[in-house]
Design a protein around this ligand. Structure first.
Ligand SMILES: [Zn+2]
Length: 347
């Protein structure tokens, strides 16, 4: 087996799943330029099973010690045995870091110091409380700290989602770092992050039906109601994935919903992401998709009040990316702007 590299993950969507979902997720991920993240404390048997059954794509293991009822704190440091086991399994090692509460700088420095003593290939897991993103000065200090540590990292935003404006803006600002940043445990926002310069991003949503035209997950019954109430929009809902085969995915069984949602997100990923694309072209593509989805939500809201237009799409349009690799400006990523006009022709 060739030595795994962090670069193998470049500009890929990953499917983050439990060991129970791994066979299905691996089978689907293998059909796209995608990879897998297994969540759980004991991934060894699942990794071996995946490899034995022919899955040869990128694979990471998230020990998830930062989650659950009694999350471990980052200050507890890293276990060498976990890193060694990942390498023994032929993987890039994602460290088994504990939770980084907002402003826990000693915890961050402990993780980076421990990671410096572990062999490559390594991704330092940084499970960041969402509060980190509320303070622009913390993001700037985080960028400076990560730039000088020169270690590739994988961040998980704990306890919040892209529905919060400051998280999206802070993340876009954080992505000006010069080291690779993988975003774990996200939703379709993972694709937004990669389009803004993240190294890779993991889709972890397991409930709901992904509706590509709306760029989000909805209950099948909600999609059925939209279809019934908006006959003029009927061309927007049929799906060409292997699960739907050109039909509207309102009657799939639960496992079919999961498979459809992965197909739909990963095929969108394959359309938007490529190693040779430059980040500004991918950012433009993502913003066009957000803008189109937002317009469709607004149209539905007009026909089916009080339809909630998802704010997460707006935050992506508001967030102004700093130039990648450039010095982070002091303010401009945090200035509220009117919704920009976007050229609707997808590049
Ligand atoms: Zn489908």
């Amino acid at each position: 087996m060739t030595q795994p590299r962090v670069d193998d993950l470049l500009r890929r969507l990953l499917v983050q799943c439990s060991p129970e979902q791994a066979a299905t997720a691996g089978d689907i991920a293998a059909r796209y330029r995608a990879g897998l993240v297994l969540t759980g404390a004991k991934p060894r048997n699942t990794v071996r099973h995946l490899r034995r059954t022919g899955y040869d794509g990128p694979l990471l293991c998230d020990a998830s010690r930062y989650a659950g009822n009694y999350p471990l704190r980052a200050g507890a440091g890293l276990r060498r045995a976990w890193t060694a086991e990942q390498h023994e399994l032929g993987l890039v090692a994602l460290t088994d870091s504990g939770y980084l509460a907002p402003g826990d700088w000693p915890g961050l420095h402990r993780l980076l110091a421990d990671a410096r003593g572990h062999p490559a290939p390594l991704l330092v897991s940084l499970p960041l409380g969402a509060g980190w993103f509320a303070v622009p000065a913390w993001i700037d200090r985080l960028v400076a700290t990560l730039n000088s540590a020169r270690l590739p990292v994988a961040i998980t935003i704990v306890g919040d989602s892209f529905a919060t404006r400051y998280v999206t803006r802070g993340l876009v600002r954080l992505l000006s770092v010069t080291v690779p940043v993988v975003l774990l445990r996200s939703d379709i926002g993972a694709l937004g992050a990669v389009c803004h310069g993240a190294h890779a991003g993991a889709l972890a949503t397991t409930s709901g039906l992904f509706v590509p035209a709306l760029l989000g997950h909805h209950r099948p019954a909600v999609l059925a109601r939209i279809v019934a109430r908006t006959p003029d929009l009927s061309g927007r809902w049929p799906c060409d994935c292997p699960e739907c085969d050109g039909t509207v995915p309102t009657d799939l069984p639960p496992d079919g919903i999961y498979r459809h949602s992965l197909h739909a997100q990963l095929s969108l990923g394959d359309r938007l992401l490529a190693p040779r694309h430059d980040v500004s072209a991918m950012t433009r593509s993502w913003r066009v998709h957000c803008d189109q989805a937002l317009s469709l939500h607004e149209e539905i809201a007009g026909l089916m009040p009080p339809w909630p237009v998802p704010t997460a799409l707006r935050w992506w349009l508001d967030a102004q990316p700093p130039a990648v690799g450039a010095a982070v400006p002091q303010q401009n990523a945090y200035v509220t702007r009117p919704r920009p006009r976007i050229d609707r022709r997808a590049p």
